[in-house]
Design a protein around this ligand. Sequence first.
Ligand code: DLL
Length: 436
Amino acid sequence: MIWNPNKECMSRDEMSALQGKRLHKIVEYVYHNVPFYRHKLQERDLTPDDIRTIEDIVKLPYTTKKDLRDNYPFGLQAAPQSEIIRIHASSGTTGNPTIVGYTRKDIGVWSECMARCLTAFGVGRDDIFSVAYGYGLFTGGLGAHNGVEMVGASVVPASTGNTEKHARLIRDLGITGIACTPSYALYLAETMEQIGITKDQIKLRVGAFGAEPWTEKMREEIEERLGLKGFNIYGLSEVMGPSVSYECQAQHGSHINEDHFYPEIINPVTLEPLPKGQSGELVFTTLTKEGMPVIRYRTRDLCSLMPGECSCGRTNVRMTPIAGRSDDMLIIRGINVFPSQVESVVLSMKEFAPRYLLVVDRINNLDTLEVQVELRQEYFTATFDTPAAIDELKKRLRDKLRSVLSINAQVQLKAPNAIERSQGKSVRVIDKRKLQ
Ligand code: DLL
């Protein structure tokens, strides 16, 4: 089944023509509505009239997460506030999150893109579908929710947390589909085993997994333990949210909704565009977004675009699974974490030396984060005999980390010079999760 064959099965020429037309329109729109883009085009002596075909895109400058952060909160918003009906946010590299506003039309496009994904996964009106991505500023929950409603399945807005209750609902309601991070799917499987819910008591058959990298091995394990077929779904808040790309039944790469999100692959060092098939950094231009369009946005995700046709009948281009990132962003329980966010917290507390280590692990299928920090000598001497003071300091650090990162971290206070110095580039992160 294909949700929108008119857009998912176009010929290459038709698609390129549509993309070229939309690119011209969006460049004209941001030129007149976002001073940031107008200045960037003017610096290159460009006007919207110079951008007529999709090939002209290479003339345009890139946009980075730093640009979004520097223009916090609404500097890159193109639509007037009165047209914005929803605001999401994603982590920034320092304190400021990236704010993304959506118009009513944007929410409609997003729902349609999400409906395309779910249809490709085999979800339909008869399904009872649980959304176990977080509802809130994160785009996963509400993004998936709207798509399930558009498809006409019964949505169960389970969100994250309260996993035992969720497991019972899956059994009692006969829930057939679930959207969550792949690591949460494994955690759910484990919870079910612990409370004695067996595979033959549940009806799960489809999983929409994304928001973090996962492997074929994880897919096999989830499928085996939950008795479903797992599909990859990819996206990012700056571009839209979940539904930028999705696997079909052929499960050979993820089809990009390229009538709305135009992909390019570039060399992350030289910034040269690379030919189709080569691996590099994925860059997206939103072709129809009104709230906060992005032009040649550098995702930092590394992958390649796959040439050739897919046996499912869709013609929109596919991307390979994300192989890594060209920056230091970590994804912990589906939440983006930058080491620099931890650094900003450590530096803001006078008790600590500017030396820290993030230890990321996966225990019982749940990501864990431990932050180790060194006490300054004077503070160490003054407090190391007073457990109450140490406890209070630990709590203060934990609370600050939670408010900046939106996740709970374990903290470990270390004596001065206890964190190992490295010879070269300092090691800020040890990621023990095995992704093979
Ligand atoms: O994670 C949106 C999303 C929600 C996608 C639910 C899929 C399902 P952000 O929080 O802005 O948005 O994080 C975006 O997460 O640049 C990738 O590095 C990573 N990511 C998302 N999906 C996948 C995936 C959402 N399927 C960042 N595989 C992206 C690998 C993924 N990485």
